[in-house]
Design a protein around this ligand. Sequence first.
Ligand SMILES: [Zn+2]
Length: 290
Amino acid sequence: MNACQPLGRTRHSPLTGVNYTGHISRLMHDIVARVPSLNFIDLDRVLVFARPGRTGADGPYASCHCLTLPDSDPGYFFWRDRQSGRITRRSDWFVTKSPRVAVDGAQIAYLISFAIPRFCDQSLTRSRKRTLYPEGTPAWVAKLDTVVHELYHIDPSGAGLRVFERADGQPSQSIHGPHFFEEVAAMVQHYLASAPDHELLEFLHDDFSGLVARYGGIAGLTFRPFPSYPRRYREVLDPQPAAPEIGEVQVTPLDTCGVATSFCETDLQMRQFFESGTRVAPAIAPPIAA
Ligand SMILES: [Zn+2]
């Protein structure tokens, strides 16, 4: 099987291209099979999706979003009078919850998003990560490093993002432990040394314009309405607890209308990505088997 399959043509659309998120998912299956410290990851509970992110603009190449975080403690917003400093009003009591995402009946625990075209244009030669790799490491390995980086954020307990300890044994406040980047680079090199099928990695070799030139376009799985995606949301408590310690002040209702709280396969959509902008991909490649 070719690593980069065409999206296919339809009578109504000239669209062809590479199913970029599909290829990332397929690569992830091979990575977790070959890297012992990532073996625990159940990729049936991980969904890869694409977000827009311009090359050269600030922002991450990719992000790991955990959907298993517990509800927050009840809370409320409050507003002070600028002059007196007195609290004049507050919101309803609310809790913050994780959205529910289920695809074909499988409950998703983690979402991993990739910013396109920014991720495609990532290069080791322009990255601080280059010092973690031997001289002569191909520039595209920066992208493989990012894929492993996001997988490494998944906590073995499945209950959030991985937590690290500081040198004194206390939990680190940083989501990147003291040796996080070195450990990721070591996993990447372990994976490459395991002689993976080069076809699994081929789609990482080209930058965005190179992919367009080679395959005619890039498409990725997205949530609709694009570019929104499942995020933590606030739910007003019903019944409301007693008035908080700040006493009786005016209560401003919290606007939670229109906030999507659960998602399924019908909320997913393939989109074609351009240097700037996207459009719905009318021809969708079948999911790529791992
Ligand atoms: Zn990170």
